[in-house]
Write a protein that binds this ligand. Structure first.
Ligand SMILES: [Zn+2]
Length: 224
């Protein structure tokens, strides 16, 4: 097993245990107990994301060093080269990491909180009160295209979410070998009839994107 394979397998195990913990919380805890455990889960997940981001950063730095060290007759200061290349790698937001997307930002978490509000203009605010996603909802990232999901389709079996376009492309290309593309997901068969629309999540995403656009346009006019 290569180092990267060992890492991937270890990561799989971590994600699986986080998923088990999350399922336990959702199925067994309520209100205050739920809030406390969900906050813990979110903190730990964030730490895993930071570790994984660091792993990816150092992987990139190592690659750059490997490419640069081409002449065996020269004496390279590998350590200094590594440090230099490491600093060039961006430090990414942990909530953009795939693990975060899998564990902390889906409406499985939301469903537990306030199920009885009807759909109207206030709907979004209610949804945003979710413990898992409070104030940190960011649109989920498609595991295949690595882009923000615009039209989410949810897997009925494992509950993972994909972007409509990329998942259909993926199924078409992979045929019978298609499996859930999320890291650590045990669901190893995937067909179009496993997918269902998630209009609630779709609304949240468009709300999120609209909000981002408003924020980035730099105006802070009062809107009611
Ligand atoms: Zn899955």
């Amino acid at each position: 097993m290569t180092f990267n394979e060992r890492y991937a397998s270890l990561l799989d195990k971590c994600v699986t245990s986080l998923t088990t913990w999350k399922t336990f919380i959702q199925e067994n805890l309520k209100e205050q107990e739920y809030d406390i455990e969900a906050t813990k889960l979110r903190d730990i997940t964030r730490q895993y994301c930071e570790i994984d981001n660091n792993f990816q950063r150092s992987g990139e730095a190592i690659k750059l060093v490997e490419n640069a060290v081409s002449d065996p007759s020269q004496n390279y200061d590998i350590d200094a080269m590594y440090q230099e290349n490491l600093l060039k790698q961006d430090i990414k937001d942990p909530t953009r990491n795939e693990i975060w997307q899998q564990i902390c930002c889906d409406d499985v978490a939301v469903r537990v909180i306030k199920p009885k509000k009807q759909k109207n203009n206030e709907h979004y605010e209610e949804v945003n009160d979710s413990v898992m996603c409070s104030s940190s909802f960011s649109a989920p990232i498609d595991p295949i295209s690595k882009r923000v999901i615009r039209k989410p389709l949810r897997n009925r079996k494992c509950k993972h979410v994909y972007d409509s376009q990329s998942i259909y492309d993926y199924i078409r290309q992979s045929g019978r070998k298609a499996r859930c593309p999320y890291v650590g997901c045990k669901n190893n068969s995937l067909a179009p009839d496993h997918l269902q629309e998630d209009s609630q999540l779709e609304q949240r995403i468009s709300q999120f994107l609209a909000q981002q656009e408003t924020d980035s346009s730099g105006s802070d006019e009062d809107s009611d």
